[in-house]
Ligand binder design. Structure first.
Ligand SMILES: *Cc1c(COP(=O)(O)O)cnc(C)c1O
Length: 378
């Protein structure tokens, strides 16, 4: 395959491109924390919690050290533990399942919907047992799960609903923000997320005042007052430097998400060809396109073809949870979640970040079309 030199290099994500637009502001925010020296649960943490809660149209936000921590602590705070089951998606990132296991409970997997790639609500009811305590829907790739029917099932059975909102900062479901839809939600600020820190970070968002209070104690060694430990808590606090970085970035988030939506529209126009299955935004959803995922036959060959043209693509995720060596203990087998399994072989994530240019997207789309059309002619 010939490498054409006129081509731009197109990474999957480009954190440096974002830094070039806001670096000065971020550095000033970091310097102000250094001067204040309030590194642990400093003023910036509380301010960011207030701002992020408002952004999510929710009452409370509690800063934690990662998305995984947030999910696990919510489960523990709701008393979910050994002997309990929590329902989640088979095609999610490993952290969703780990949060459930780390709390001591058992992940019970459900296949994904073939159109939206999120939890197949029609299959949830059959997965509920007398041990089920919670459902953990994942707003995968930035698109909210169809929450109203899910909440209806959960409410009828007295189950807690915890949103894994780690890929959906700012997304909307029937006009409402992701994170404000269930009993509680966890967000991740891993650097590559739509709102990313310069290190690890996470946030729990909820309207449940008691949960918020419990989590503030749990994340901080089980103390409300220094050295007075009312529970055996954890050290899972959001770092003050990261909170300062995130406060600086939050006002830009809606603009960045709007740019991602525009990029997705352009991809959809340019990739409407035989051999490519495009992602679909559900009628209830305003996706924030954390990832732009298409499906093709010969996915691995397409990835290699793109790489030869200087284009980085990803696969989110190549192995469903039940086929991971880490989760053999669950006792599932190949064939148990056919949609997730088939899609794991076909999905490919194309470059997607706010600072992508239309020229880059045209170049990526051109390379994808070239590949699938060559395949069709074979
Ligand atoms: C990123 C992510 C997480 C975990 O977030 P961390 O901050 O890396 O712990 C959990 N669930 C999903 C779906 C994610 O994409």
């Amino acid at each position: 395959m010939q490498i054409e030199k006129k081509h731009l290099r197109v990474p999957l994500v480009d954190l440096g491109a974002q830094y070039n637009t806001i670096g000065g502001e971020v550095e000033a925010a970091i310097t102000s924390v250094l001067h204040a020296s309030d590194f642990i649960l400093g003023a910036q943490v509380q301010l960011f919690e207030e701002e992020f809660a408002r952004y999510c149209e929710s009452q409370y936000a509690i800063g934690v050290d990662s998305g995984l921590s947030g999910l696990e602590l919510i489960l523990r705070a709701y008393g979910v533990g050994p002997g309990d089951e929590v329902i989640t998606a088979a095609n999610t990132f490993i952290a969703t399942a780990l949060a459930i296991s780390h709390a001591g409970a058992r992940p019970v997997l459900v296949d994904c919907d073939p159109q939206t790639y999120t939890l197949d609500i029609a299959r949830v009811e059959a997965a509920i047992t007398s041990r089920t305590k919670a459902i953990m829907p994942v707003h995968l790739y930035g698109q909210p799960v169809d929450m109203d029917p899910l909440l209806e099932i959960a409410r009828a059975r007295g189950l807690v609903v915890i949103e894994d909102a780690c890929q959906s900062h700012g997304a909307r479901y029937n006009g409402r923000r992701a994170g404000s839809l269930g009993d509680a939600a966890a967000f991740s600020f891993y650097p590559g997320k739509n709102l990313g820190a310069y290190g690890d970070g996470g946030m729990v968002v909820t309207n449940d005042e008691r949960l918020a209070d419990t989590l503030r104690v749990m994340r901080n060694y089980g103390q409300r007052e220094k050295y007075h430990h009312i529970t055996q808590g954890f050290n899972r606090r959001l770092d003050t430097l990261q909170a300062a970085v995130l406060r600086t970035k939050l006002p830009y988030l809606d603009g960045w998400n709007a740019a991602r939506r525009q990029h997705a529209r352009l991809y959809n126009q340019l990739l409407e060809v035989d051999g490519v299955t495009l992602p679909e935004e559900a009628g209830y959803a305003e996706s924030v396109w954390h990832l732009y995922v298409i499906r093709v036959a010969n996915r691995d060959a397409l990835k290699t073809h793109l790489a030869s043209q200087g284009i980085s693509a990803g696969v989110h995720y190549p192995i469903p949870i039940h086929l991971q060596p880490a989760y053999q203990e669950l006792g599932y087998a190949r064939g148990d979640f056919p949609v997730s399994e088939t899609y794991a072989e076909q999905i490919i994530s194309l470059p997607m970040y706010a600072e992508c240019t239309p020229e880059m997207i045209e170049q990526v789309a051109e390379a994808v079309r070239e590949f699938v059309q060559a395949g069709v002619l074979q």
